[in-house]
Structure formats: C-alpha cells, structure tokens
Design a protein. Structure first.
Lengths: 224, 260
C-alpha cells in the first residue's frame, strides 16, 4: 500500500511538474476556458440576468471543453518518447499510474474551476449562495471527470485520429456528469431551487463507478 | 456451421430465418395497422373521446425496438466484450461489434420513431426533461462512439481491447435506462412497465408479443449476417497480409538468384 501511494504520488508529481514548467495550462488552457465564457456572452447576446440564469450550465461546458485539452496534454506526455513504457519498465503498477495521472488532471481541473468561478462572478454576475455545496460539488465533479478522462485518454492514445476521436468517446460518457453538476451548481449559485446535495450524491456514485472501472480497465489498456 | 471460405454471409438456415422474419414482419404490420383497434376512450366526466387514437399502432414497433436497441444489443455487446477480455479470441470481438452495430441502428430508430409518436400524443417532437429519452440518447451516442472507434485503423488486438472497454462502459447505462422511470417518476412522460403487470390484454397484447418475437428474429438475423461479414473482413485482411508476405519472399528469392 505504501509503495502504491508512493508510485501514485510520483506519477502525479511528474505530470504536474511538467505542466508547471511547460506552462501549457496557464498559457493555453486557461485563456481557452475564459474565451469560452466570453464567447457564450457574445453568442447569447444577453443581459447579465439571462447569463446568470444559465451560468451553471455554461460553467460546466467551459470546464468540459477545457478538460479535453488537459486530457490531450496528459496523453501526449506519455506518448512522446514512449514514456509510458518507461513507467511500466520502472515497475509502476498500472493502477498507480492511472490514479497518479487522474490526480494530476484533478488538480488542474480544480484550478480551472476556481478561475472559471471568478469568470462567472465577473462576467455573468453570479453569486455563490451555498459555499459548502459549491466546494463539494466542484470537487466531486472534478474527480468524476478526471478519472473518466484519464481512462478515455488512454483509450484514444496512440491512434492516428486521437484529437478528433477523444471528444466523440468522452463527451457522451460525461453527459450525465454535465447534467448532475449543472443541477448541483444551480443550487449552489441559487439560480433554481434544486436539490443540489442529492445531485452531488449521484455525482459521487458516478465518480466511484468511473474510478473502479477505470482502474480495472487501465491495466488492460497499458498492457499493449 | 457457417463456412468461412464461402465468401458469402448467408447459409440455408439463415435464409430460412430471414424468410420467417419477413413473413413475421408482414403479419405484424397487418395486425398493427389493420386488425387492432385504435386507442379511444371516453373521458369519465366530460364524455369526450381521449386516447392515443391511431398513433398507438406505432407502439407495436416502438416497444420491440426499444427492448432490442437500448437493452438487448448493448447487453450482448457487453457480454461478448467480457468474453473477449477473458478469452482474447476474435470470435467474441466480432460478435460484440455485430451486436452493437445492429443495436445502434435500432436505438436510433427508437429515438426517431418515438419522436414521431410523441408529436401527436405528447404534443412535442422532443422532451428534454424526460429521463428515459435522455438516457437512451446518451446510450445511442455511446454506441456511435464505439462504432467510431471501430473505424479507426489500428492493430487488431489493440482495437478489440479498447472497443471492449467502451462497450462495457456503455453497458453501465443499461440499468439506469431501465430504472429511470421508477427513480425519477416525476421527470418522465414515459409510463412505468405495463408488460410485467399485464395491464394490456386481448389482441393488443398478442400483437405486442408478436412484435417482440418478430423483432428478436430480425435482430438475430441481422447480427448473424453482420458477424459473418465481420469475420470475412478479418479473413480477407489476413489473406492480404499473407499474400503480401509471399510476394516479398518471392521478390527476395528472385533478387538472390540474380545476384548469385
């Protein structure tokens, strides 16, 4: 168990260190996420009240689109120089690699969520009315999308059409998460009277199933 | 058993099944569109005629397709995918592909035909708030993504392994679709199961049962042919590779003779 945790943190730290040094998240993914929020504003041509009403959904769409970039980035880290083989040869278990990479993506998504929350407060005039629900739903959703994204990133890796295939594979699976997270944030941002905690419970169940399936399937995928 | 070297996807038994399915479909259409009554009831207080009228006839096709597209086909695909991950033989992989491809067609038809039925009965083509429609749509998109993955050029085993995982993830949706009308009772226009409680009777029930049997035969026939086509594709690729190797060997032998 100690070795497993060590390996897991090693992979997570490696990915995060590369991200911090390369600054791809800061220079590309963050501006992209904010751009999406701004584009929604242009497209809807709406006043702040309308944007605020739809802000939970728009927020999570921006997160999911940014997630795609983060996953592509995470996959390319392992495919360049075939470093995944290196990790396997170093004796790291596939489950530890899976959770390590998931934690790295989770950290990036949480960082993005914080920034985008600032974005919807500034651009759409949203107000956090239930901070506890906002934090818990945000973390649980980040976990759900990270583990699912890591699994599907591995599924699409090494294929010629990875960039176009990944959204087709991943977004239908994440559609229930989008619904649940939007409902939970509608409650947290006080836009509708929805049972946000119940939706957060469903999101937790999704995260649990995705993590279990992902950890089992990742070993099959990396054995190639 | 199907002979792989025939180069065709039919056999005497499958032709018989195909013929029986065709007869069944014709009979079903006669029962559904001519022999059964339209759904007309009288309002208990106003006495006004209410019901689905002739639109109910579409349900004789919708219910059987809805059993196969979003349930049976992905389930067969998932079981075959598990079979592949355990046995690692192409038979399981080709079976999963065949079932899911046919299932995707049925699933798409269920959504389209349900929409056509919904317009006169629910007064809408599409209902975003209905959990069963949403879960079925998500499953349909997952099946399409499975097919997209199958179309990507990749190593045979790599593709089979990855496809099996996508099929298994899609199968997680099946109990959710099934239970959705019970779990989110207030968020669906779909009714709870009436088949299990036998709330429908006489000719309506008979036609519905016949529809299920006929569509099961159609599904079996289609999967059988798609399986055989998939198998022939694999054999053909193998043959192409062997021919290419033979050609290279012959080329190398000729070069050796020339140099000596």
């Amino acid at each position: 168990m100690k070795q497993f945790m060590h390996d897991l943190l090693l992979v997570a730290k490696k990915d995060l260190r590369i991200e911090i040094r390369s600054r791809v998240i800061i220079n590309q993914v963050v501006p992209f996420a904010i751009l999406v929020l701004v584009l929604f504003g242009f497209a809807l041509d709406a006043d702040q009240k309308t944007l605020r009403t739809f802000s939970p959904g728009l927020f999570w769409i921006a997160v999911l689109l940014s997630l795609l970039l983060a996953i592509q980035r995470s996959v390319s880290l392992e495919t360049v120089n075939d470093s995944l083989t290196g990790l396997k040869l170093a004796g790291l278990s596939p489950v530890a690699i899976f959770f390590g990479k998931s934690i790295a993506i989770f950290t990036q998504i949480v960082f993005l969520e914080l920034l985008l929350t600032g974005g919807i407060i500034i651009f759409y005039g949203s107000v956090i009315e239930d901070p506890a629900l906002w934090v818990v739903a945000g973390l649980v959703t980040a976990l759900a999308v990270s583990v699912t994204g890591t699994l599907y990133g591995a599924l699409a890796s090494g294929l010629e059409v990875r960039e176009t295939l990944l959204p087709i594979l991943l977004l239908p699976v994440l559609a229930p998460v989008l619904i649940g997270a939007t409902k939970a944030y509608s409650g947290a941002l006080g836009e509708t009277v929805s049972n946000g905690w119940q939706w957060t419970g469903l999101l937790s169940l999704f995260a649990l199933i995705a993590a279990t399936l992902g950890s089992l399937a990742y070993g099959v995928l990396v054995e190639e | 058993m199907f002979k792989q070297n025939q180069g065709v996807t039919s056999s005497p038994k499958s032709r018989l099944l195909g013929f029986a399915t065709l007869l069944g479909l014709i009979t079903l259409f006669v029962f559904a569109f001519f022999l059964t009554d339209p759904d007309v009831r009288l309002h208990p207080t106003t006495g006004e005629e209410i019901g689905q009228f002739d639109a109910v006839r579409l349900l004789y096709l919708h219910v059987p397709m809805a059993i196969i597209g979003p349930y049976l086909a992905p389930l067969v695909g998932a079981v075959a995918s598990v079979g592949y991950l355990i046995k690692r033989t192409p038979w399981w992989d080709v079976t999963a592909h065949a079932a899911i491809e046919v299932g995707a067609i049925f699933c798409g038809l269920v959504l389209v035909q349900g929409s056509i039925w919904g317009r006169p009965v629910w007064n809408t083509w599409w209902e975003w708030g209905d959990v069963r429609i949403m879960t079925t749509l998500i499953l349909f998109l997952m099946l399409l993504s499975y097919l997209a993955l199958r179309r990507v050029v990749a190593d045979e085993h790599k593709q089979a392994r990855r496809s099996a995982i996508v099929a298994l993830v899609a199968a997680v949706n099946l109990p959710i679709i099934n239970r959705s009308v019970e779990w989110w009772e207030s968020r669906t226009l779909h009714q709870k199961s009436t088949l299990s409680e036998l709330k429908i009777e006489d000719l309506t029930f008979f036609t519905l049962m016949m529809g299920i049997v006929v569509f099961l035969m159609l599904f079996t026939w289609l999967v059988l042919h798609r399986f055989r086509l998939g198998w022939l594709e694999k054999e053909s690729l193998k043959q192409e590779a062997l021919t290419a190797i033979e050609e290279r060997r012959a080329e190398a032998a000729t070069n050796e003779e020339e140099t000596s």
